[in-house]
Write a protein that binds this ligand. Structure first.
Ligand SMILES: [Cu+2]
Length: 265
């Protein structure tokens, strides 16, 4: 029902709820806009100076405005407590168990998204700030740690399997960034010093989206949604959603290739 809002295509399971909330909020705001705008126009005419040369010291006696204010507050309370808070709680409180999900760490920095997968062993290798090299090892991954051997890191490339819960553990190396993938209806600040989990289930692969949109170059884009410095405009990453088999293959290939290129092996 929300096509009239012109929102980006939807590609995550929880997104319909968010779109519906956005839709209802717009409907309510439209009613308020017309209501208050109409009242303003009425007041301009009704209380014009030529008709009311002298101020009225008694003022309005009717309680209509109180009742309409109460009605507005009730509708707002319904939107907040009936819709927004339950949807928000589902996003932040009911995170699926990590054993059922793909866990990936995404670390923002000026001006890139560093992606870190635990690899086939599902254990994240040790990272150490002393090992950070902005070109070759932006996350400071310690490849001598056995758990790190199969880890995969990428810059600005997030690969995800379709129809599986994804838990992104969001971090930042410097300032506040914001991880925003409009098609997933996901937007969360990355704050230095915190690891913030977000989760979603992408339900349309990049290939399917290309067919649907008729755009053979379609890409899901991670847009940094907080002004984070001079290079903010170019802080963009790409998400590739694949079938489970394609993703598995990608992960194995990457894991092997990155382990082989490792100087400490
Ligand atoms: Cu940023």
């Amino acid at each position: 029902m929300t096509y009239w809002l012109g929102l980006p295509a939807l590609a995550a399971t929880h997104g319909a709820q968010i779109d519906s909330l956005i839709g209802w909020t717009h409907v309510f705001m439209l009613v308020l806009f017309v209501g208050w705008g109409g009242f303003f126009a009425y007041a301009l005419v009704r209380f014009r100076r030529s008709r009311n040369p002298v101020a009225n010291y008694t003022g309005v006696k009717s309680h209509a405005s109180n009742y309409s204010e109460i009605a507005v507050a009730v509708v707002e309370a319904i939107l907040l407590f009936g819709f927004s808070i339950p949807i928000w709680a589902a996003r932040v409180d009911h995170i699926p168990p990590e054993s059922d999900a793909l866990v990936v760490q995404v670390t923002g920095e000026q001006f890139a998204w560093n992606v870190h997968y635990a690899g086939p062993d599902r254990v994240f290798g040790r990272t150490d700030i002393k090992l950070i090299d902005l070109q070759s090892n932006p996350l400071g991954l310690d490849r001598s740690d056995p758990a790190a051997k199969d880890d995969i890191t990428t810059v600005n490339q997030l690969y995800l399997p379709v129809n599986k819960p994804i838990i992104v553990k969001l971090r930042s190396k410097d300032v506040i960034h914001s991880f925003n993938v409009p098609e997933f209806r996901v937007k969360q600040d990355a704050v230095p010093g915190f690891t913030i989990p977000i989760w979603f289930i992408p339900d349309i692969t990049t290939a399917d989206m290309r067919t649907r949109t008729g755009n053979p170059e379609f890409q899901y884009e991670i847009a940094c949604a907080q002004l984070c410095g001079l290079g903010h405009y170019r802080m963009r990453g790409f998400v590739t959603v694949q079938s489970a088999e394609e993703f598995q293959k990608w992960m194995e290939e990457q894991s092997q290739a990155q382990a082989e290129s490792d100087p400490f092996r």
